[in-house]
Design a protein around this ligand. Structure first.
Ligand code: SF4
Ligand code: SF4
Length: 168
């Protein structure tokens, strides 16, 4: 199997049962992050579209912002075992830097995800699994570079938010 696909399958396993909280965080917000529309997709990691192209309930689309990679749109319900990495990681994201592996909050969720705007501590095991995902993906140059690219984007959003707050 293609190396990227094989690593993504391993990451699916890492993040299969470990979720941001030990209880269902969807109860805090009415599962807000599953209530997108047909134009709101989850960004796919390089090669991840393979798992969704033929899968009922999902539509793979080209995406302007996702560094040349695709996005997938769902119908607001899914078999949890089939959900994409973006959903498994949210509202956190791996960090890969000089051989160090960490997890960070995904600032894109600050306005909608109560885990972020209420600063609720996530389950430690969940963060560990995200770090392990970063370590796993660092074995493949394309997956590693994708993580770096998304982190640059998140840094830009954080910097912009801080500058905007400064001038208010
Ligand atoms: S928006 Fe945040 S709290 Fe709500 S279901 Fe999604 S990850 Fe959980
Ligand atoms: S794929 Fe599943 S977890 Fe992800 S947004 Fe859709 S319904 Fe929610």
């Amino acid at each position: 199997m293609d190396e990227k696909r094989s690593l993504i399958l391993k990451a699916y396993e890492l993040l299969d049962r470990n979720t941001p909280l030990k209880t269902d965080c969807g109860r805090l917000c009415g599962s807000l992050c599953c209530k997108g529309d047909s134009k709101t997709g989850m960004w796919l990691f390089p090669g991840e579209e393979f798992f969704f192209e033929e899968l009922s309930g999902f539509t793979v689309l080209n995406c302007d912002g996702n560094f040349g990679y695709k996005e997938v749109v769902c119908k607001g319900v899914c078999d949890r075992k089939a959900r994409p990495l973006a959903c498994r990681l949210y509202p956190f994201f791996p960090v890969v830097s000089s051989g160090c592996f960490d997890a960070r909050a995904d600032i894109r969720g600050i306005g909608s995800c109560p885990l972020l705007y209420k600063n609720i501590k996530p389950d430690k095991k969940f963060l560990t699994q995200i770090r392990k995902t970063g370590r796993l993906f660092s074995r493949n140059d394309e997956l590693k570079q994708y993580i770096i690219n998304v982190n640059c984007l998140l840094d830009d959003i954080v910097n912009l938010a801080e500058r905007t707050a400064y001038y208010e």
